[in-house]
Design a protein around this ligand. Structure first.
Ligand code: TYD
Length: 212
């Protein structure tokens, strides 16, 4: 297989509480161990639009679904321009916690059309691989409240998470792969590595070769 000249873009998706962030950290560590240059990032970002989005966590009803959608898209534009685009151009591996499939699922659950949302993302580089980590909304809510000790924010209520979950389940795009997130952390990590190895064989998970 031909070596890719540009970087590799892997996104993690799924409802809240599936363990995405843990899996991203485990994958980043594994890839770095094999000498790959890895950028770990997430959406919403810490940028100006991301901060506005975080302010909405406890008062989502103060904006319309369309305004909310616009904020996520503006945040993504900035993210691509400032970090994702340059990192990929520099040949790095970018691991992103949530990307436009989250917008399709969450803002889709809020009343926008998931297909129209995906269509609005023609400006955004498609991921090489989107791993959707699946777990039942009830399990995820339990994890958020018991393990994290957090209150649920307005994006995480059970009924809306069920809708989000069903939109994620309907997605059918060539770069999507699904993993059962109810298994133990190490088992999920093993499956993530299996997907990377299968779909992106150029991303060698073995030590770099010595020059001849
Ligand atoms: P989350 O991954 O929990 O971020 P953090 O832990 O850093 O605050 O995402 C926050 C919430 O935002 C989550 O409930 C999903 C929601 N979200 C959307 O509704 N649309 C989007 O496009 C994205 C990226 C996230």
């Amino acid at each position: 297989m031909q070596e890719k000249s540009e970087g590799t873009f892997i996104v993690f998706e799924g409802i809240d509480g599936t363990g995405k962030s843990t899996q991203i950290e485990l994958l980043a560590r594994a890839l770095r161990r094999f000498g790959h240059e890895v950028v770990v990032t997430r959406e919403p970002t810490e940028g100006i639009y991301g901060q506005k989005i975080r302010e909405l966590y406890q008062k989502r009803s103060t904006v319309s679904p369309d305004e909310e959608l616009d904020l996520f898209i503006q945040d993504r534009h900035e993210h691509i321009d400032t970090l994702i685009g340059p990192s990929l151009a520099a040949g790095k591996i970018v691991l992103c916690d949530r990307y436009f499939l989250s917008t399709a699922a969450y803002q889709g659950a809020a009343g926008c059309s998931p297909a129209a949302i995906i269509d609005r993302h023609r400006f955004a580089p498609a991921p090489d691989l989107a791993i959707i980590i699946e777990a039942s909304p009830r399990t995820c809510i339990r994890r958020i409240t018991e393990k994290r000790g957090d209150q649920l924010n307005d994006f995480e209520q059970l009924e809306s998470l069920k809708k989000v979950d069903s939109i994620f389940k309907e997605m059918d795009l060539p770069y999507i792969e699904r993993i059962d997130g109810s298994a133990a952390e190490e088992e999920v990590h093993r499956q993530v590595l299996g997907l990377i190895d299968k779909l992106l064989p150029h991303l060698t998970l073995s030590p770099p070769r010595e020059p001849q």
